[in-house]
Design a protein around this ligand. Structure first.
Ligand code: FAD
Ligand code: SIN
Length: 526
């Protein structure tokens, strides 16, 4: 089947949904999502969305905090742009029906997280993401110009390569004509032709054993664009959230928001001793790279498999009121957070790098945009400041929308694209070939390419990954496609990019720490 549209949006998180709502005023939109519209990283966001609202906060402070967390690799112009544009985009979210908590005086109740010098995080209890996701999904459902396709998995974006032409990463004239999409209800790969395509497929937490990300986060967008010869950057900066609930075997790991530390909770070793003062003067509220590494170190020296987050000294009624979901979740495991410290461990959480985009969300492939976690804008540098990703996503969805609108009239849909070739393909006989490799990839990445790295670990990881890559490519070439197979292939691609980029830098910076080069080089700002 071949379908045509003005805008093809891949992904139904905050980036894809808000872009779709904006461009739908100017043309037909098809929005695809690989499971349900509701399932996304966005839905699980807890802490909130960072933006300057009231004094004593101001743009300069938010800029400096973002630059500080990014450890010298943020692009200052981009940081200033996002910080300045975020308040207007948050206003837009509110107009679309998103509720943020207010205090008795009718002002927004601002939270604080690691690396922020002020209270500036707008939130809805401890389930901000769900509030945003539901409001935007309701909105897109009632828009007549938006066609919503659930259980549709984007396999590859279409370029001149599919017309038999050679496409290289250095080429400036590569164009995106749409995407091949696997309909998970009938296993058919359909051709979606578009004037503009937006990739908003989110992150890649499932590359690791322990992650806060739901199952959908398998790095599909990065892998698709890499295969299509777009530029991917900064993949070595994978953010581990310091505090996910220690609950072995349960996936994804339930997040214990950093806002709880902003509220006064304190990190302690498994036997109840404070330790963050040894690592940073901001203690439990230092930026995430520092806190996650400190926890990793404490766990290694004590041999324990978790540390504790202690909120027992805080006002118990206020604690329950501000963090009702965390209270409920922990209580279901017999942990009463008003009386018991919470066992926590770091978990893979956020991909700081991704598809390289300019200030309008344009990738290096013409007619292809990227927004949200899948993109690399220059905002996060070597480490993302907490709650900056939701703001980044709405700012870039808005910029990309504005940039595309004037262009669609001049773009013609390319009608010569061949349909997906399934000749000779058969169903994979043994799913174990896929599931075992999936687990192995997660183990390789967790054990060798995690919070602390070394030359030896990276080399070993690459060698192991190459074997799995070859096996998976062989299977892919002869199989009728399945979601699991495509996701495995994408994870291998993304793992490879993380390792290669980590091997290329001979220093430790932000989220990339290696025992072989523990020091940081001096860099000048962009
Ligand atoms: P997502 O919300 O992840 O959406 C991606 C979409 O793409 C999904 O609909 C998915 O199904 C779809 N998709 C993926 N691949 C394909 C494919 N091949 N074909 C079709 N569809 C596909 N950030 C903050 O700023 N503040 C917070 O408080 C916060 N808390 C967080 C808490 C948790 C537990 C997690 C996991 C993340 C948190 N983050 C937070 C990060 C933030 O939620 C994400 O970075 C952000 O929501 C990403 O939005 P997105 O639109 O880019 O992608
Ligand atoms: C959290 O609530 O701790 C997560 C915030 C984020 O990832 O930005």
């Amino acid at each position: 089947m071949i379908k045509e549209t003005d805008f093809l949006v891949i992904g139904s998180g905050i980036a894809g949904l808000s872009f779709a709502l904006k461009v739908a005023e100017h043309g037909k939109v098809i929005l695809i999502s690989k499971t349900t519209l509701e399932e996304s990283n966005t839905k699980y966001a807890q802490g909130g969305i960072a933006a300057v609202t009231y004094e004593p906060d101001n743009f300069e402070k938010h800029v400096e905090d973002t630059m500080g967390a990014g450890d010298g690799l943020c692009n200052r112009k981009i940081v200033e742009m996002v910080v300045q544009e975020a308040p207007a985009q948050i206003k837009q979210l509110i107009e679309w029906g998103v509720n943020f908590d207010q205090n008795e005086k009718g002002k927004y109740d601002l939270g604080r997280e690691g690396g922020h010098s002020e209270y500036r995080v707008l939130h809805h209890k401890d389930n901000t993401g769900e509030e945003i996701q539901n409001s935007l999904v309701n909105r897109v459902k009632s828009h007549k110009n938006i066609e919503l396709l659930e259980n549709h998995f984007a396999v590859d974006i279409i370029t001149q390569h599919h017309l038999g032409k050679l496409v290289k990463r250095s080429h400036k004239d590569t164009e995106c004509y749409g995407a091949y999409v696997l309909n998970l209800k009938n296993d058919q790969v359909d051709t979606y032709l578009s004037k503009i395509t937006l990739i908003a497929t989110g992150g890649t937490g499932n590359l690791y054993d322990t992650t806060t990300n739901p199952k959908i986060a398998t790095g599909d967008g990065v892998a698709m664009v890499y295969r299509a010869k777009g530029i991917i950057e900064n993949m070595e900066f994978i953010q581990f959230h310091p505090t996910s609930l220690y609950n072995p075997g349960v996936k994804p790991s339930f997040l214990i928001t950093e806002a709880l530390r902003g509220f006064g909770a304190i990190l302690k070793t498994f036997d109840g001793k404070e330790f963050m003062h040894k690592y940073d003067k901001r203690e439990s509220l230092a930026p995430r790279d520092i806190v996650a590494r400190a926890i990793d170190h404490e766990m290694k020296i004590s041999g324990s498999d978790h540390v504790l987050l202690d909120a027992t000294h805080l006002d118990s009624e206020k604690l329950k009121e501000h963090f009702p979901n965390i209270y409920k979740k922990c209580l279901s495991l017999n942990i009463d957070i008003t009386k018991d410290p919470i066992p926590v461990i770091p978990a893979a959480h956020y991909m700081c790098g991704g598809i390289k985009v300019d200030k309008n969300g344009c990738s290096t492939i013409n007619r292809l945009y990227a927004a949200g976690e899948v993109s690399s804008t220059g905002l996060h540098g070597a480490n993302r400041l907490a709650s900056n990703s939701l703001s980044e996503a709405v700012v870039y969805a808005d910029r990309a929308a504005k940039h595309t609108i004037s262009r669609t009239n001049h773009i013609k849909i390319n009608k010569n694209i061949p349909e997906w070739d399934t000749k000779g393909a058969t169903y994979t006989e043994e799913m174990i070939m896929i599931t075992q490799n999936y687990k192995e990839v997660q183990q390789i990445m967790s054990n060798y390419v995690g919070i602390v790295r070394s030359n030896l670990r990276l080399e070993r990881a690459l060698r192991r990954l190459e074997i799995i890559y070859k096996e998976t490519e062989e299977l892919y070439q002869k199989s009728i496609l399945s979601q699991k197979l495509c996701e495995l292939r994408n994870l291998i691609n993304v793992g490879y990019l993380i390792i290669k980029m980590a091997q290329d830098i001979h220093e430790s910076r932000g989220l990339h720490y290696t025992i072989d080069y523990p020091k940081k080089h001096t860099v000048s700002e962009f």
